[in-house]
Design a protein around this ligand. Structure first.
Ligand SMILES: C[S@@+](CC[C@H](N)C(=O)[O-])C[C@H]1O[C@@H](n2cnc3c(N)ncnc32)[C@H](O)[C@@H]1O
Length: 263
């Protein structure tokens, strides 16, 4: 079992790991409850208890807000009957937003390390989503617990790239979870050059495509936030299908903004 990962800010402020220009250190946020409609995308606000005492997942992170808004605006109607698992959910921001605002049929699984378990449970209860959302412990690199769908249709992951020792563990968990029909919506904030190493590893192991159907992409890429789909690499076949062309038409292999931001 791996120990708890530090927070993105801790990693950023650790002198030995700093290799890039950095955002200023953030103030430690006081515990409290945030209410959000994601810029009006939800009719009924989502309530999120935030408390950093058990780890960085105890607050809402920008990539989680971006991924939530993308799912609510673009995938509100196409998730019905799909199995959905969120990785590194923290307090459950993205999964709870999806459960509240998207049409889903099956229980959605939000997962994180043990220290986040109670916060995930509290936020499920706070939003009366007990019948729609299940909280579970899933430590990256560890076997997937039996009650979590083994090859879910949809995987959600926001702001999970910041701690290098965890990169191969996250890759392993994605390898375990991604089936031939799975898609992972993956949003991350590039804080330092090392974060690109995760994307390099991911591009080696998976089919990684930049999400191109989010009208807000230009705005958040200015803040070094990037969104991708991650799928299993296609097996070599003699000919591609029509749907392959349709699904990749909106996507390109690498973000232009990200290329420009490389040193
Ligand atoms: C920066 S927070 C993001 C939380 C949330 N997704 C959001 O966007 O607001 C990163 C989350 O990844 C989780 N995490 C880090 N390493 C992990 C690991 N090895 N296994 C499972 N979760 C991990 C942390 O506990 C934390 O909740």
């Amino acid at each position: 079992m791996t120990s708890r990962s530090p927070s993105p800010d801790t990693v950023l402020n650790a002198p030995l790991l700093v290799t890039d220009s950095l955002a200023p250190p953030r103030d430690i946020k006081a515990a409290g409850t945030t209410s959000t409609t994601f810029d009006g995308l939800l009719n009924e606000p989502l309530l999120l208890k935030e408390d950093l005492k058990n780890g960085c997942g105890g607050q809402l992170w920008p990539a989680g807000m971006v991924l939530s808004k993308y799912m609510l605006s673009t995938h509100a109607k196409d998730l019905a009957g799909k199995s959905i698992v969120e990785l590194g959910a923290g307090g459950g921001l993205v999964g709870l937003a999806v459960a509240r605002g998207c049409e889903i049929g099956l229980p959605l699984h939000i997962t994180d390390q043990i220290p986040m378990f109670d916060l995930m449970k509290d936020n499920i209860a706070l939003n009366h989503l007990d019948s729609a959302v299940v909280a579970s412990v899933l430590d990256w690199g560890e076997p997937i617990p039996g009650h979590i769908p083994s090859k879910p249709d949809v995987i959600l992951a926001a702001d999970c790239v910041y701690f290098e020792p965890a990169f191969p563990l996250l890759i392993t968990t994605l390898q375990d979870l991604l089936g031939p029909d799975s898609v992972c919506y993956f949003c991350y904030k590039r804080r330092r050059r090392a974060d690109l190493r995760f994307m390099k590893m991911a591009k080696k192991a998976f089919d990684v495509q930049e999400v191109r159907d989010d009208p807000n992409a230009a705005e958040y890429s200015r803040e070094s936030l990037y969104m991708y789909t991650i799928r299993m690499k296609p097996t070599k076949q003699p000919a591609t299908t029509t749907t392959d062309h349709i699904s990749t038409a909106k996507e390109s292999t690498i973000s232009l903004a990200e290329v420009k931001s490389r040193d």
